[in-house]
Design a protein around this ligand. Sequence first.
Ligand code: PEP
Ligand code: MG
Length: 583
Amino acid sequence: MASFAIHGIPVSRGISIGRAHVFAPAALDVKHYLVERENLEAEVSRLQDAIATVHKELQTIWMDLPKDAPTELGAFIDVHALILSDPLISEAPLDIIRTRCYNAEWALVTQIDELSAQFDEIEDVYLRERKADIQQVAERVLKVLTGSQQAPMPRRANDNASAQMIVVARDISPADMLQFRDGSFIGFATDVGGQNSHTAIVARSLDIPAVVGLAHASTLIKQDDWLIIDGEAGVVIANPDQLLLQQYRKLHASQLAARKRLLKLKKTPAVTKDGTEITLLANIELPDDCEFALESGAHGVGLFRSEFLFMGRTSHAHKLPSEEEQFEAYRKAVVGMKGHPVTIRTIDVGADKQLDSSEQTALNPALGMRAIRYCLAEPLLFLTQLRAILRASKYGKVKLLIPMLAHAHEIDQALAMIEQAKAQLRDAGHEFDPKIQVGAMIEIPAAALALPMFVKRLDFLSIGTNDLIQYTLAIDRVDHEVAHLYNPLHPAVLQLISMTIKAGHKAGISVSVCGEMAGDIKHTRLLLGLGLREFSMHPAQLMAVKQEILNSDVVALTSQAKKILRAVEPQVIAEAVKRLRVM
Ligand code: PEP
Ligand code: MG
């Protein structure tokens, strides 16, 4: 098999060597012929029979699932059964046979192609994923029609030979990514995506090497091809020769050894050479992540992306988690952090994190009904979440973080709703921390430029550099075509970060960075120099950042950072930031 390499955007470090599990479907290549009028009903029956056979097949697979099978496997099958029952699949192709006289396979593929084209236009992460599901279902029906052996069931790796699987897909939605948390996949390669798309962030949080923006990986790479993913260089190598495999295995082993060495820093306090104490916090997506956060030496959770509790609820189609369910999740995180503070961000849906793909109507979702805007428009949903978070504050230190604030009236409305949630809890006899701290994500340039409005009203600030960069530079963080313009070191971005840190400290309130910049060792020293003392990142990055901190001298970095802020040319800034690392 010919070896080839594809270059993309590196989003999660490390090396993985394994076999490809291609989520994109193979081309639906079938015979095309016209059916005689008198045979049309027989052709219709042929397709109906094939659909019924696949229904039975799915049922049998479902019934035969072992008790310990991962729940997502059942969910996959549920989704496929639902798709199969949808009139767009079960009826529309029958009309095509009757009206255009196409053979059953051709009619089905025509319908699927039409649906696929519509999906492509919408360009929604969730819908794209559902497109792949539809194609998988169609493939299964085609296999029955053409009499070839049973189509493979939606597969996932297990503990034996297939355990070393690398997911290759056109795209993976953040919610679908969560299904891979159980450790059965060891790498991700996708055609689309950007450095700070939520899919990339989840890959980093899973600590699994990933490369996105590979353009044609899902069509060039074939099922079960051997792959090397180099998440540092942003390269995927298919069918490598023995020599290359050996080199990468060595590199992999040395990376693992380096990680092990870093683990020794777990209990070392994060203090710079000149004695400045730094707080290192974890970003989590689900309560179970707390264990890894503590193991990695985090002194709290700086960002609990609560929206992940609301996503990927395939088997409860569109149902939102109840107050009770949310409360249990938040309480679990609070108890799990064993006395360390947990900062719970209220739901940040919209943009590339849709709850329900059918809801996506905005032309510019990142500029649309996202985060706090969505919550204020859905007061019942917001109040339910606020009550659940407040109730969890009885079990440990909880802080409330509000995303995407830009306007004074949004802050005031959010604070009023927190008070309303407190009143409701009092009436219901629930206990909570009445003095719960409330903070704002500073992730819209307008917020960073209007800080007095924020510090006056709130208890702390957390800089969301991912969105701050997206909105400052007008670069969609999900769009790989503009990914090269996504620059954390752009002078405008640095000014906004610096202003926020200064304004917070002047007002005597804490400021953290919880965007990806906080976990990138290339930026640790710059952020220290800009005055940052609280970093929140994926637990997997904590030790490496701590090592940078231990080797840093804040006094020297402060004066260098001042110079960097005065620099005009991006090249000069980039080089100065690089030099900080060898100081
Ligand atoms: C950010 O924008 O930097 C952030 C931390 O939030 P998210 O990545 O979830 O938008
Ligand atoms: Mg954000």
